[in-house]
Design a protein. Structure first.
Ligand code: ADP
Ligand code: MG
Length: 190
């Protein structure tokens, strides 16, 4: 493949429990094995396993920088051009993350972004749809429906959280199997 000096944008998208963090951590580990410089950032709202870590439901985790917003994300990179910038829970950074990541790509850094493609009530969750549209590479993951075992493209709340707008509330999108469950098209109840 010809290169043009810009980084490539890779997106890992799916509902909760689809293995997004697992896949992100796999790519980070491989890049580090190859001796590449990697910056790993998680959103500070993901405090399920304490701050400063990207964790998978399987228990894998790697130390990361926590950022509360897009300027914080850019500060984690600084004015360097690492080989890889890996970002988990990208949906929490909002639409402004798109131009910010484009600026990092222009430096030649490869960017891999993992995040929720849908809200728990089944709506597209920006910025993931936009990032998927402009990415060189998209990995779209599904979970396993907790009712029938079919491919699950959705997740839903099975226990009341702290409420709020499903499109932006933090408490509305952070949780584990006690709060959310993966659901296929047939069994998702928005
Ligand atoms: P994500 O970051 O997409 O929420 P994780 O990488 O944290 O996903 O976790 C994926 C892991 O979650 C799977 O490998 C599996 O062990 C576990 N898991 C628990 N419930 C489910 C489910 N309903 N469907 C698929 N995987 C599940
Ligand atoms: Mg995750």
């Amino acid at each position: 493949m010809r290169t043009n000096g810009y980084g490539r944008l890779q997106v890992v998208a799916g509902p909760m429990f689809s293995g997004k963090s697992e896949e992100l951590l796999r790519r980070v580990r491989r890049a580090r094995l190859a001796g590449l410089e990697v910056v790993l950032v998680n959103h500070a709202w993901d405090e399920r396993y304490g701050t400063g870590e990207v964790s998978s439901h399987t228990g894998l985790s790697l130390g990361s920088t926590s950022a509360t917003d897009v300027p914080g994300l850019l500060a984690a990179v600084g004015d360097r051009a690492p080989d890889l910038l890996a970002v988990d829970e990208a949906q929490f950074f909002g639409p402004d993350v798109v131009p910010a990541l484009e600026a990092v790509l222009r430096r030649g850094t490869t960017v891999v972004v993992a995040g929720l493609s849908v809200t728990f009530d089944g709506r597209p969750f920006e910025p993931l749809p936009t990032l998927m549209a402009i990415a060189e590479d998209v990995t779209r993951l599904t979970a396993v429906c907790g009712v029938c075992g079919a491919d699950a493209v959705f997740h839903q709340r099975i226990r009341a959280g702290s409420g709020g707008d499903p499109l932006d509330g933090t408490a509305a999108h952070v949780g584990g199997t006690e709060t959310y469950a993966a659901r296929c098209r047939r069994h998702h109840e928005p």
